[in-house]
Design a protein around this ligand. Structure first.
Ligand SMILES: [Zn+2]
Ligand SMILES: [Zn+2]
Ligand SMILES: [Zn+2]
Ligand SMILES: [Zn+2]
Length: 149
């Protein structure tokens, strides 16, 4: 129902008059701005205008509503908190041997050693710590050998 709001005087969509608001025309915006109609947001626990009412009757403020909507959109795009580094990033699909949601850099690290195939953290050059240090030791040995022999 459109009409002139008694509070702001603008022609706006009026909220249905309920008990306790008799005889007053009030638009949706003024209704929301009125601290008397603010409710505690069930998400951030701040007393704010109600932007959305959840199916269980709980109120959600505008910023939480937007946040949840944005998060939902990101979730559909494959974003989540990485199980390994905890960053909110685009994650790879869980692999067969793990249910962890990993972001790309972490997924790479988790793929396993290029040399021994052992899953785990990659130390350097795609190799686990054991293989990498083993390689380094061999290299050092070679370097130690006298050139003449
Ligand atoms: Zn108004
Ligand atoms: Zn909130
Ligand atoms: Zn990560
Ligand atoms: Zn290895």
């Amino acid at each position: 129902m459109k009409g002139i709001c008694d509070k702001c005087g603008r022609s706006r969509l009026l909220i249905n008059t309920r008990k306790g608001m008799t005889g007053k025309n009030i638009c949706i915006e003024c209704y929301r701005d009125d601290p008397a109609h603010h409710e505690e947001c069930k998400r951030c626990h701040k007393t704010r205008p109600v932007a959305e009412r959840l199916p269980d009757g709980k109120a959600r403020c505008a910023s939480c509503y937007n946040h949840c909507r944005r998060q939902h959109k990101y979730e559909q795009l494959g974003y989540a908190n990485c199980s390994w580094c905890g960053h909110y990033r685009k994650v790879c699909k869980p692999t067969l041997n793990t249910s962890m949601l990993l972001c790309k850099p972490c997924h790479k690290k988790q793929q396993g050693c290029r040399k021994c195939g052992q899953p785990g953290l990659i130390h350097a050059r795609g190799q686990c710590h054991t293989c990498y240090s083993c390689n380094q030791r061999r290299k050092n040995k070679k370097a130690d050998q006298p050139a003449a022999s």
